[in-house]
Design a protein around this ligand. Structure first.
Ligand SMILES: [Cu+2]
Length: 339
């Protein structure tokens, strides 16, 4: 026996409700800072525009196909006594034409897409600010070769300035991605990938490694802090200066401990050590976060990190160096004094 249309209504309503519920999840993308739908750079805008264009076009095609399908279902539904509709299997003209029409549609889609691909691969102007990005398990190094500044996990940029990033990876493949600024480009060992973009306006934009790279991949975050031109220059001047000498006795004990410990083998602090396996700590006290944006850079978090970094960040490549009792506190006081 055939089911009446009425008995199927509850299922249809349920499906509609689920669809509405799921689509409403999409609104959160407007509030989330990890969003690509509110682009804050020219790069982000053109990729977003092509995304929207494709979405509208495919929506139109989807509606047309669904409408045709529904019409066929309704028009040729089984009815008592109705004959089988005319069969078109093997109709050469029909098959050739629908192949050509859809190939043409794809070709039309390809035109703006390829234009955007070329635009996002453009070579930067000579006046661009150069930044070398090192994607490392599981943190980011940012070097400004022309400004002689090295920092980690917090990328400072001036608004309105074109920035040319050179992406390197000394270990495994990572992917450099700041959703609001656009991009997402792989960082691959043995080659230099590039990305060029200009942030529009001051603000903070979170970034994240977007290519699975091992245990703490999810904890490999960074922040892009976009300043006005004047504020950026101030930041650069502060970073170029030597680290401040600590005056507080606890911080002085920390400095002494740092210089005598294995820390110097992995970390650079200008004038004290030259290790390169871990982040440069010359102006570590000016950073707001610790461990690739994992934790707020407070004395408590920092002391806990130094005591047992693996406890805070799974798989971390900084070992437990046996710092206990007052030692982590002294080191934390020293590192935080390095503004
Ligand atoms: Cu990763």
């Amino acid at each position: 026996m055939r089911k009446s249309l009425l008995s199927r209504t509850p299922t249809a309503l349920l499906l509609l409700a689920v669809a509405l519920l799921l689509s409403s999840c999409g609104w959160s993308m407007w509030d989330s800072p990890m969003t690509t739908v509110r682009p804050k750079s020219g790069f982000g805008r053109i990729t977003h525009e092509i995304f929207m264009l494709m979405s509208w076009w495919t929506l139109g095609i989807g509606i047309a196909v669904e409408a045709g399908l529904l019409w066929v279902c309704f028009r040729y539904r089984e009815r008592p006594g109705a004959p089988i509709p005319k069969q078109v299997h093997g109709h050469t003209l029909l098959e050739v034409s629908w192949t050509i029409v859809f190939a043409l549609i794809l070709l039309i889609f390809a035109i703006p897409t390829i234009a955007v691909i070329f635009k996002t691969q453009e070579a930067p102007a000579a006046t661009a600010l150069r930044v070398d990005v090192g994607g490392r398990q599981w943190w980011w190094e940012f070097k400004y070769p022309d400004l002689k500044v090295v920092t980690a996990n917090e990328l400072h940029l001036p608004a309105g300035q074109t920035v040319a990033f050179n992406l390197h990876a000394p270990d495994v493949i990572h992917s450099f991605w700041t959703p609001q600024l656009g991009g997402k480009r792989d960082v691959v060992p043995g080659r230099v990938n590039r990305i060029t973009l200009a942030p529009d306006e001051p603000g903070e934009y979170p970034g994240q490694c977007a290519e699975y790279c091992g245990m703490s991949h999810a904890n490999m975050r960074f922040r892009v802090i976009v300043h006005t031109k004047a504020d950026f220059e101030k930041w650069v001047a502060a970073q170029q200066g030597p680290p401040v000498q600590p005056t507080d006795p606890l911080a002085q004990t920390g400095q002494d401990l740092f210089s005598r410990s294995a820390c110097v083998g992995c970390h650079t602090i200008a004038g004290i050590s030259g290790g390169v396996l871990g982040p440069n700590l010359t102006h570590f006290g000016s950073r707001k976060t610790l461990g690739a944006n994992l934790l707020a850079n407070t004395p408590e978090n920092l002391a806990k990190w130094i005591e047992n970094p693996g406890h805070m960040k799974p798989g971390v490549l900084m070992p437990d160096l046996g710092m206990r009792g007052e030692q982590p506190k002294a080191l934390a006081a020293y590192l935080l004094s390095l503004k």
